[in-house]
Design a protein around this ligand. Structure first.
Ligand SMILES: C[S@@+](CC[C@H](N)C(=O)[O-])C[C@H]1O[C@@H](n2cnc3c(N)ncnc32)[C@H](O)[C@@H]1O
Length: 277
């Protein structure tokens, strides 16, 4: 069963409209391979037939998105960002008023495009280590419904612990046994301050409130410039003045209107108020 160019164009448009992902023409084989299992699932023999199903059934459209998004992630990925976070959290632990002298609110962090939650739990380990449970909150969101289910469970293969610093591994990773042998579970204490939810970054959304730090890493690569701007605007609307936006070390904001964002260091930006330098 092969995907022809006309069918591929329909998938390109569907995924662009649904999640903002731009699949260039070189991705035909990738789409064909990833959606092949859906044809088997329906016992159908053409991608045209599958397109009809996707167009009629919103549930199948979600499945299609789940199959076409790339969810690669790891704990403490791009460790510089976690060093930066640690320095901020350390300051707050020493002087809680330094976080925000007026609000005295918990430090709120958004792991946007969180995939299976490794990024959000890495952040949580740092926050819990330095702060008490009243001092922080984390929201992790993703468009892919399957990865959000996995994130909520917090259960991972043991090989995923490789990049977790030994101290945090010992403190927050519970080694599985019996039917969970070869896996580890994130300490459920962390989950009490965390929420995972399905969210599409291309849709303006303010239901999560405002954040002090937003991690938006390794997702811009899938968007064209127009979508990047749309996503950046949506994200910035939820970032507090003085708050930080962290993108991947391999990404940039070139060519985008970044409003009041000021670059602090590679891939880390701070939102300034009007007239602030
Ligand atoms: C490569 S993973 C990055 C995970 C994590 N941020 C990291 O850096 O390790 C990209 C994630 O972006 C999600 N994604 C793609 N388009 C999205 C959209 N429009 N809204 C929300 N999430 C999206 C994918 O489902 C995927 O889980």
């Amino acid at each position: 069963m092969t995907l022809n160019k006309i069918e591929f164009k329909s998938f390109q448009k569907l995924i662009l409209d649904a999640v903002g992902m731009s699949l260039d023409d070189s991705k035909l084989d990738l789409v064909q391979n990833r959606l092949y299992s859906r044809l088997l699932h329906y016992e159908i023999d053409s991608f045209s037939h599958y397109l009809k199903i996707v167009n009629q059934d919103p549930e199948e459209k979600i499945q299609m998105i789940n199959h076409l998004t790339t969810n690669e992630t790891s704990f403490f990925r791009e460790s510089q960002h976690f060093d930066f976070l640690t320095s901020i959290v350390r300051q707050i632990s020493v002087n809680p008023a330094a976080a925000d002298s007026e609000r005295q609110q918990p430090l709120r962090i958004w792991s946007a495009a969180s995939s299976v939650g490794a990024e959000a739990y890495s952040i949580a380990m740092i926050l819990d280590n330095f702060l008490n449970l009243k001092q922080w909150q984390i929201i992790g969101t993703d468009i892919n419904t399957e990865v959000i289910k996995k994130a909520k469970k917090g259960l991972y293969c043991e090989s995923w612990t490789n990049k977790i610093p030994a101290y945090y591994k010992k403190k927050y990773c519970l080694k599985g046994s019996g039917r969970f042998a070869g896996k580890f579970l994130i300490d459920q204490k962390l989950s009490t301050n965390m929420k995972f939810d399905i969210n599409n970054l291309i849709v303006p959304d303010s239901c999560y409130g405002s954040f002090d730090i937003i991690f938006l890493r390794n997702v811009f690569i899938y968007f064209n410039t127009k979508t990047k701007q749309q996503v950046l605007n949506n994200i910035l609307a939820n970032l507090n003045i003085g708050g930080y936006l962290i993108i991947s070390l391999t990404e940039n904001l070139d060519g985008l209107d970044t409003g009041y964002l000021k670059k602090c260091q590679t891939s880390i930006y701070q939102k300034k108020g009007i007239g602030q330098e």
